[in-house]
Ligand binder design. Sequence first.
Ligand code: HEC
Length: 115
Amino acid sequence: MKSVFKIAAVSLFLAIGCFGLIPTAASEKVSAVETSELASLYGTHCASCHGGDGRANTPKGRDTDADDLTTSKVQNMSTAKMTRIIKNGKGDMPGFARKLTAAQIAAIVQHVKSF
Ligand code: HEC
């Protein structure tokens, strides 16, 4: 009886372990892909002026007087307003409505808000 109980306990433990692990591993993989895609979208379209870290400490960022995206002014900006600025541009910043899809712009806004 004792060994039957042991086997049952071990298989229960394994079953819980597997159910616990599979969704975690899958979601980690998805978010890793999304994160690298986001970084490259931002890197391709925004980093030349705003810098990879958002601080606009690049030659082009200083030339155009680009905003530091890590300041509370930008971080507290509504998603709608930031989306509008990225679509339409502002001052020396070009608009991206024709270059990026709405989904790409939404993803970039989330990336900027993570600075
Ligand atoms: C050619 C350089 C350049 C590029 C490329 C660029 N920006 Fe800008 N950005 C600027 C400048 C300059 C400003 C300041 C505009 C102003 O207030 O006159 C600015 C301002 C901003 C602001 C703040 C606006 C405000 O009102 O405070 C945000 C947010 C922003 N940029 C996001 C982005 C994102 C996201 C991208 C990529 C999709 C991007 N920028 C690409 C130059 C650039």
